[in-house]
Design a protein around this ligand. Structure first.
Ligand SMILES: Cc1cc2nc3c(=O)[nH]c(=O)nc-3n(C[C@H](O)[C@H](O)[C@H](O)COP(=O)(O)OP(=O)(O)OC[C@H]3O[C@@H](n4cnc5c(N)ncnc54)[C@H](O)[C@@H]3O)c2cc1C
Length: 449
């Protein structure tokens, strides 16, 4: 039987219970505005969902969060979020072996790294044909210094820099080939889900900034822990699942299950394609397709909680990890969960196993495939020029948020929800000081579509 849904006068309806919609609901309810969140699926979370398979908790996505994402601190309701960090830096499989690279460094160690890099740069060059090993002290010092510099650069300055496709910007910077191909390119591909690095250099630098300032991490228990936490902190009766919105206007929504619901404002918080179907004329971005493959193994093929990048491009997998080493709650006792991300369509099983065997240096014959999740519209593309603060207020009473209005990340989705909530509060005349959504803003918010 259908749960009754009422939208009393004064209610703001939010369409979609992904992290953007739930963040908007959190900001609005904390400011005293009654909200109703309508979600078409049977559960909350949108792309950040997790399913249980044979006692394993497997994500539909491979979400790499950074502990430095500001919205993880600014979004009300997320105080209790437990993040499980990867070990510092990443493991890169390059020229046939694994090496650690890119440990973010603090300001003091950065100064040390910089002077070490300078000293090494002025040291006599090795004899012709003798290449220092990958991951040698010179590479580490240079990388440490570069990462420290980007961590110290405020996002507003990164967003003011000239904008090019990041692959072009990188090739013009004269970076040593080992650093470029052995670390920067595979890392950025993983962070942006963009194998060809067509992303705007500004957005790519924002991603590197987040990486360098914090640690890569996943929510404990699965990606869905984050939206579940946001939803559970809302007043009872706020979130309704299994309700598909079929039309929106500034003063009502129409649903397939409950007909028309009058309201005082609508925040459209769906993915980009659903948003454009409900409001034709909204921009539809291009997308990066992603496939995530989960394997169960009798024992972990790697003892570390590391993110392993394939710089050698041995096969379709861009990055992989023994996710149960990062977050043991995702696998039953005595078994290991390996999650691997392919930036494209689902690969053939033989090709996939051969690559994973080479990356981990072990046989994958006894690994069991638990789940293969493919999403052709996983991540909105952000080619240059990209506006990471796309307008969220379409007109008085009608707003739109989601990762496609910001950057295509969990940080971007949460931030867009906060911007939309702030625009609603401004139109409703809720004093800015009373609203948690009126907190610090790193760049100005557009007011018109
Ligand atoms: C495979 C994959 C890997 C990713 N990797 C990363 C990563 O490493 N790091 C990172 O930060 N981000 C990553 N992302 C992106 C991140 O998951 C998204 O940016 C974020 O979850 C988007 O949240 P959202 O609320 O904007 O949209 P969504 O999560 O898409 O939520 C929209 C909601 O609207 C609902 N809806 C749609 N139409 C209707 C309707 N008509 N009526 C009612 N409800 C409706 C949908 O069911 C959905 O629940 C990845 C995404 C994928 C798919």
């Amino acid at each position: 039987m259908l749960e009754p849904v009422h939208a009393e006068p004064g209610t703001v309806v939010i369409v979609g219970a992904g992290v953007a919609g739930l963040a908007a609901a959190q900001h609005l309810t904390r400011a005293g505005v009654r909200t109703l969140v309508l979600e078409a699926a049977s559960g909350v979370g949108g792309r950040m969902s997790t399913e249980k398979v044979d006692g394993f908790r497997v994500d539909r996505i491979g979400p790499l969060l950074s502990t430095s994402y500001p919205e993880l601190r600014r979004t009300p309701g997320l105080d209790g979020l437990a993040l499980r960090p990867f070990s510092p830096g990443v493991l890169v499989h390059s020229e046939g072996r694994r090496h650690r690279a890119g440990e973010p460094v603090g300001p003091r160690r950065a100064r040390g790294a910089l002077s070490a890099a300078r000293a090494l740069a002025s040291a006599p060059r090795p004899a012709r044909g003798v290449r220092p090993p990958l991951g040698g002290p010179l590479d580490h010092a240079r990388l440490g210094a570069a990462l420290a510099r980007i961590a110290a650069t405020p996002p507003a300055r990164l967003l003011a820099r000239p904008e090019l496709p990041i692959s072009r910007a990188l090739s013009e910077r004269g970076l040593p080939s080992r650093t470029l191909h052995g670390f920067i390119r595979p890392l950025l591909s993983a962070l942006l889900c963009d194998p060809d690095l067509t992303t705007s250099s500004r957005c790519a630098e924002l991603a590197l900034h987040a990486y360098a300032k914090g640690r890569l991490a996943v929510p404990e228990g699965g990606a869905d822990a984050l939206p579940e936490l946001l939803a559970s902190g809302l007043p009872p009766g706020t979130v309704h699942t299994g309700v598909r919105v079929t039309a929106v206007a500034a003063n009502h929504v129409t649903t397939a299950e409950h007909g028309e619901l009058p309201c005082s404002g609508v925040v459209l918080a769906t993915d980009a394609l659903a948003a454009a179907a409900l409001l034709p004329g909204l921009r539809v971005p291009g997308f990066h397709p992603v496939t995530v493959v989960h394997h169960a193994a009798p024992e972990p093929p790697l003892a570390e909680a590391a993110l392993l990048l394939d710089a050698d491009r041995l096969g379709p997998v861009a990055h992989t990890s023994v996710i149960s080493q990062v977050d043991p709650s995702r696998a039953p006792a005595g078994r290991a969960l390996i999650s691997s991300t392919v930036l494209g369509p689902p690969p053939g099983d033989r090709e996939l196993r051969a690559q994973l065997a080479a990356l981990y240096g072990t046989s994958t014959c006894r690994w069991e495939t638990l789940a293969v999740h493919h999403d052709a519209h996983a991540v909105p593309a952000m080619p240059a020029p990209h506006d990471p603060r796309r307008p969220v207020r379409l007109l008085d009473g009608l707003y739109v948020c989601g990762d496609h209005r910001d950057t295509s990340t969990v940080q971007g989705a949460l931030h867009s929800g906060r911007r939309a909530a702030r625009a609603v509060l401004t139109d409703l005349g809720v004093p800015a000081a009373a609203s948690p959504a009126s907190g610090e803003e790193e760049t100005p918010v557009h007011e018109a579509a």
